[in-house]
Every structure is written in structure tokens, then in C-alpha cells.
Write a protein that binds this ligand. Structure first.
Ligand SMILES: [Zn+2]
Length: 136
């Protein structure tokens, strides 16, 4: 029997103004990380990391602005109209996407398990500079 928690759901989400829209497939019960690094801490970003194959950009590719800093691995993608970062390519998982759980259309607190992540002390978290696996 498939547990309710691990059942996969395709959800939609996007930025504030509606230019950027996406679809993401993830478990019904979302395990998201609350990172305290220099950029996530300021915006309150809640990371839902998925493989590239579980993410589909529906619209807004031409509205996205790419912001990079430090190692330049992460591609922070902001909507050029409303300024919201609804998803991006994270340094920890450059082969996947991190979706901002706060930007999902139908998410409720009941769906969220928030795990603190010490992104300020990055090198201690990922000795090789990134995570080897997805979704942890
Ligand atoms: Zn927007």
C-alpha cells in the first residue's frame, strides 16, 4: 500500500504577477528546507528540491532574470516584472531545481515539514560543494 505521505502529486505554482508559471511533481507531504544563507535568509525561501524531470516551466522563460554571486553555480531566477523567485537552479543540486514552496498554488501548512538548513556554513554541509543526492 502506498502511504499517503509519499504519494506523488503534480502541483502548479508561479510568481506573483503570473508571468512565471510552472508544474512540479512531488510527494503529497512536502519536506522543505529553510536555509539561513545570505540570500535565502533575506527572502524566507523554502526549498523543495526536485530532479529536472519533475519540473516543467509552463510560461515566463523570457521574464526571468538570472542573478549569480559567489561561486556562480546557483542561478537565481527572478521574475523581471514582480521580483519573485519562485524557482531556481541551486548550488546544492545544479542538476535539478529548487522550487519555492511558498509559491505553490495549493500548498497548506499541513503539507509542509520544514527542516532547518545551515547554509551560512556551506562548506560544512557539503564537503564537495554540492549534494550527491536529490531530495534530501
Ligand atoms: Zn512575476
Amino acid at each position: 500500500m502506498v502511504q499517503e505521505h509519499s504519494r506523488l502529486i503534480t502541483r502548479t505554482g508561479g510568481c506573483h504577477c503570473g508571468q512565471v508559471r510552472f508544474e512540479v511533481t512531488a510527494p503529497a507531504h512536502l519536506r522543505v528546507s529553510d536555509c539561513n544563507c545570505s540570500i535565502c535568509g533575506k527572502s524566507g525561501y523554502l526549498h523543495l528540491v526536485v530532479p529536472k524531470s519533475d519540473f516543467k516551466l509552463l510560461s515566463g522563460a523570457d521574464a526571468l532574470i538570472n542573478y549569480q554571486f559567489n561561486t556562480g553555480t546557483a542561478r537565481h531566477l527572478f521574475c523581471s516584472v514582480c521580483g519573485i523567485k519562485s524557482f531556481y537552479v541551486p548550488r546544492s543540486h545544479p542538476q535539478g531545481y529548487s522550487v519555492n514552496a511558498r509559491c505553490l498554488d495549493d500548498v497548506t501548512i499541513a503539507d509542509l515539514e520544514i527542516v532547518p538548513f545551515d547554509g551560512k556554513d556551506w562548506e560544512a554541509q557539503f564537503k564537495d560543494g554540492r549534494s550527491e543526492t536529490l531530495g534530501d
